[in-house]
Design a protein around this ligand. Sequence first.
Ligand code: 5GP
Ligand code: ZN
Length: 112
Amino acid sequence: MSDCLFCKIISGEIPSSKVYEDDVCYAFNDIAPQAPTHFLVVPKTHIGSVAEVDGGNSAAVAHIFEVIAKLTKEMGVESYRVVSNIGEQAGQSVPHLHFHVLAGRDMTWPPG
Ligand code: 5GP
Ligand code: ZN
């Protein structure tokens, strides 16, 4: 999607601090970290949010969760939170599916 911020990050048009990349997904550090570890994992294909996940693209989501498990193991991170905001009321600010991975501090529940 030509006017999508995360599509531009994936293509390299907008610079980012890369954590991991493969054919299906791209992971990069959040520009405004909310925890000592805070990176985002996004599918390279533009998907608007979890609300647009279906049988045609869910393999990318499964793959992203495998990548999250692998990356956190490699980082030695044993406890972490994975968050995906969907829509304005939940706080989604970038309309390209992304999973926040947060770790390194105590977290509260329920989230705000
Ligand atoms: P959302 O609010 O949609 O759940 O998450 C979007 C996330 O993208 C936010 O945590 C925000 O800090 C991050 N973000 C917004 N613009 C940029 C950017 O240009 N570069 C990086 N690395 N992160 C960004
Ligand atoms: Zn996009």
